[in-house]
Design a protein around this ligand. Structure first.
Ligand SMILES: Cc1ncc(C[n+]2csc(CCOP(=O)(O)OP(=O)(O)O)c2C)c(N)n1
Ligand code: SF4
Length: 284
């Protein structure tokens, strides 16, 4: 799929960008056939990056799988705002799992499909950074190591947002959270802590690993689509919301970033959190 930056020609209309391009160059969201995996009526905050990122990624997966996808969702903001009982905004087969076991549940779904010989149906697991980087790490590592046929998407808003912005293993150094030092000579999250799960995924030699951001939705669609070219365990990390990222920057960088135009801010953020994708060397 050729890379094309998203352009909102008709903001607010049914066609979110790229409608004036040739058919094959248009974004998934510009197509009238898009699946609207996460549809209206959910209770996300206005402008929520997690809702946007999930919608773009899953619609892209739905397009490439021709609508044959099952999603498993860890507890977190995405699950809470999309499925307040007895309602749901998901228009796909969707399973709720616990906070820490989405990768294991997804592995089970993939195993059941394999037992039935249903290789056409693909499995996506998704969770926030707390659910992925911290409490779900053992299940995720098992899923990677067994090379289960699952694409895992981590929606990385860099803290446990749903329960009040506590620090997670993905919170960047010096960032301000409800559970990091607010005052003193070194306020904010400590330096030298945290986990780089994209690199951990690559150390497991997963078939495909990518990092993306909702600041570049076209790139995100591309990576979600590309991930489905592979079988086995795959990992996609989505960084969410420029504003949230900026707010959690170390104070000095925050001041620098705010003085820059938006495009430069993105560069600065991408420098801090490189956006990349690749197919690490397979063991077998
Ligand atoms: C075992 C367990 N511990 C704690 C909770 C409470 N809990 C629900 S959502 C959540 C935070 C989720 O954070 P994250 O995974 O980063 O997702 P986000 O809300 O930021 O999208 C917590 C602590 C829980 N549901 N289960
Ligand atoms: S992820 Fe953040 S913006 Fe989205 S619904 Fe949760 S608190 Fe609101």
């Amino acid at each position: 799929m050729p890379y094309q930056r998203i352009k909102f020609y008709q903001t607010g209309s049914f066609a979110a960008g790229n409608r004036l391009l040739r058919e094959e160059q248009r974004s998934v969201q510009a197509g009238t056939q898009r699946s609207n995996t996460l549809t209206c009526g959910h209770r996300a905050c206005q402008g929520c990056g997690e809702a946007l990122g999930a919608r773009y990624a899953l619609d892209a997966v739905m397009r490439v799988t021709k609508g044959k996808m099952i999603a498993v969702n860890a507890t977190g903001c995405l699950e809470v705002f999309s499925t307040p009982f007895p309602e749901t905004s998901w228009q796909i087969p969707w399973l709720h799992s616990l906070f820490g076991n989405a990768p294991a549940v997804a592995s089970g779904v993939a195993a059941a499909l394999k037992a039935q010989g249903r290789t056409d149906i693909r499995v996506v697991a998704q969770g926030g950074d707390g659910g992925t980087v911290d409490i779900g790490m053992a299940c995720l590592s098992g899923m990677f190591e067994r090379d289960d046929d699952v694409l895992y998407i981590c929606y990385d808003n860099q803290a446990y947002i749903n329960t009040g912005v506590q620090r997670s293993g993905a919170t960047p150094p010096a960032a301000r959270t409800a559970t990091t030092q607010a005052v003193g000579p070194e306020p904010g999250n400590r330096f030298g802590q945290g986990k780089n799960v994209p690199l951990i995924a690559m150390a497991h030699e997963v078939g495909y690993m990518a990092t993306a951001t909702v600041a570049d939705l076209r790139d995100l669609e591309y990576k979600a689509t590309r991930a489905m070219d592979f079988r086995g365990a795959r990992y996609l990390r989505e960084l969410l919301r420029l504003r949230q990222l900026l707010q959690r920057l170390p104070r000095q960088l925050h001041r620098q970033a705010r003085r820059r135009p938006v495009r430069d801010r993105l560069r600065l953020l991408q420098g801090l959190r490189p956006v990349r994708h690749g197919m690490p060397q397979r063991r077998h």
